[in-house]
Design a protein around this ligand. Structure first.
Ligand SMILES: NC(=O)c1ccc[n+]([C@@H]2O[C@H](COP(=O)([O-])OP(=O)(O)OC[C@H]3O[C@@H](n4cnc5c(N)ncnc54)[C@H](OP(=O)(O)O)[C@@H]3O)[C@@H](O)[C@H]2O)c1
Length: 261
């Protein structure tokens, strides 16, 4: 049977790259989106040769305010119908909010929140017309709690989690499912790019991007609303419900502080 095409943002590395591989492995044609065109082309060549699926590349900076519409138009021009939208691209920055660059913080909101929302709105219309489609939004365990030293990032992921759960409720009986994938700290370029390698949070052994991607694919196919990856992350998120929120915030601050602090 012909499998539906998946558009994956942030496919050039990390979890997005692993998701692209996972979808291709299961026979889905893929549209790979990120800024690093060379990396995307290399990946497209590799997965189309290995898994015998079509792999398209669209190089696009998704912090651009018009990015979602531009991307949507480019996909229309390819003539591929997107059956699965994977909103994965995202980044963080580490430090006190008042000391971090404001433009970086607003770009983060643009990418992690605004572009994700706009892409969902654009692509869901055709899914609804077909009464069939799936959206995988990569949130985070960060979406469940406030995150001192990564205040904006945690808030963006709280949005992604809440938005995805609400959308899943609205769309379920219309043939479209929405899944929020919530990884804990995972091996990728994310920590280096966020300049958070000294945070206590990432000193333990981390899940691999491939483990996270496999769980994301399984959760999406099963139509799950929320998937937290890994047993210890699930346990932590469960324990979080039992404690007062100010205590959770202090614990998150402690977990995120620099080693030796
Ligand atoms: N790693 C973790 O610990 C962790 C945990 C929970 C959730 N997550 C979430 O997982 C998702 C993927 O992160 P990752 O860990 O795989 O990080 P990563 O290795 O840094 O990859 C991020 C991806 O997003 C793309 N991207 C970043 N800025 C972009 C922009 N302006 N326009 C278009 N694409 C952009 C990057 O591609 P280019 O640079 O080529 O554009 C790259 O493909 C993110 O939403 C992140 O918040 C990560």
């Amino acid at each position: 049977m012909l499998k539906g095409a998946a558009l994956i943002t942030g496919a050039s590395m990390g979890i997005g790259r692993a998701l692209a591989d996972e979808f291709a492995k299961h026979g889905h044609p893929v549209i790979l989106v990120a800024r690093s065109e060379g990396k995307l082309r290399e990946l497209a060549d590799q997965i189309s040769a290995q898994h015998k699926v079509q792999a398209h590349v669209i190089a696009q900076d998704l912090t651009d305010p018009n990015a979602a519409h531009t991307l949507y138009d480019q996909v229309q021009a390819l003539g591929v119908s997107v059956d699965i939208l994977v909103n994965n691209a995202g980044f963080a920055s580490y430090g006190f909010f008042h000391e971090l660059d404001l433009k970086t913080q607003t770009d983060m909101i643009q990418l992690n929140v605004t572009t994700l929302t706009a892409l969902s709105h654009l692509f869901v219309q055709e899914m609804l017309a077909r009464r069939s489609g799936k959206i995988l939004n990569v949130a985070s365990t960060a979406g469940f709690l406030p995150g001192p030293l990564m205040a904006v990032y945690y808030a963006t992921k709280a949005y992604v989690l809440s938005f995805s759960e609400a959308l899943n409720n609205e769309l379920r009986d219309k043939g479209v499912s929405v899944t929020a994938l919530c990884p804990g700290p995972t091996q990728s370029e994310f920590q280096a790019r966020a300049a958070m390698q000294d945070s206590k949070l990432v000193q333990r052994s981390l899940m691999t991007s491939h483990e996270v991607a496999a769980q994301g694919y399984a959760a999406l196919m099963a139509g799950e609303s929320v998937r937290i990856t890994g047993f210890s992350n699930k346990l932590l998120m469960f324990m979080r419900r039992l404690l007062p929120r100010d205590m959770i915030t202090r614990m998150a601050r402690n977990a995120q502080d620099r080693v030796g602090h």
